[in-house]
Design a protein around this ligand. Structure first.
Ligand SMILES: N[C@@H](CCC(=O)N[C@@H](CS)C(=O)NCC(=O)O)C(=O)O
Length: 213
């Protein structure tokens, strides 16, 4: 059986779990905390990052690589666009959202969600304001400009939509929601993606794991 090493709450683990759920693939989740310095885990993934996928003899790190592999190895329920240009755009959105966007969303999440809970520290609201007021808006304007007037990027729900949305699930746990007045298409996309059955199922598991459910 496929194994995913990671924990709920990571935007990267979430992306892999939703891909598996969407494709209807069974898997086992092996709890692995990030930043644990676990030397045994580093034998699977020398970077120590989550997620890692194990499929028989294959061990893969990096959520984008994992989702790409799942699409090639288990193509019955496609989660990537078929068109080559759209597929390339999906990869680009994945890099864009997993890099700078996720970093900023994680900044809000870390300050407001993790710091009080894990370290009993107050969030740095100056740093958060700098992210929300200065750093995020150019990236959000780019996303808004990429979106069609209705529904999903490439007609039907795909990894491309998921990858843009998943960092903002973390930001929403920390009380930040994309403003629907400023970014109406992206706010609508986030709602639509959250309503997809595969996403709602994983978010329900995540809510339980994080103590919301
Ligand atoms: N590019 C990687 C990023 C994974 C990542 O940064 N995961 C975080 C948890 S959300 C992590 O494991 N951080 C621990 C570390 O950086 O040592 C992916 O897409 O899987």
């Amino acid at each position: 059986m496929l194994k995913v090493h990671g924990v709920h709450g990571s935007p990267f683990v979430r992306k892999v779990l939703i891909t598996l759920e969407f494709k209807g693939l069974g898997y086992e989740m092996v709890t692995q905390m990030p930043f644990s310095g676990d030397e045994d885990y580093k034998k699977l993934n020398p970077l120590g990052k989550i997620p890692t996928l194990v499929d028989g003899n294959l061990t893969l790190g990096d959520s984008k690589v994992i989702c790409r592999y799942l699409e090639s190895a288990y193509p019955e329920v496609p989660f990537y666009p078929a068109d080559q240009a759209e597929k390339a755009m999906a990869d680009w959105y994945d890099d864009f959202a997993s890099g700078p966007v996720a970093e900023l969303a994680a900044g809000i999440f870390f300050q407001r969600f993790m710091r009080p809970r894990a370290f009993q520290q107050e969030p740095d609201e100056v740093l958060i304001a700098n992210i929300i007021d200065k750093k995020l808006p150019p990236l959000l304007r780019y996303i808004e400009g990429q979106l069609p007037s209705e529904a999903y990027l490439f007609g039907v729900f795909s990894i491309a939509d998921l990858t843009l949305v998943t960092p903002f699930v973390n930001a929403s746990y920390a009380g930040y929601d994309v403003c629907s007045d400023a970014y109406p298409k992206f706010a609508a996309l986030i709602e639509a993606v959250r309503g997809e059955p595969a996403v709602a199922n994983i978010l329900a598991n995540e809510a339980k794991a994080l103590g919301f459910g």
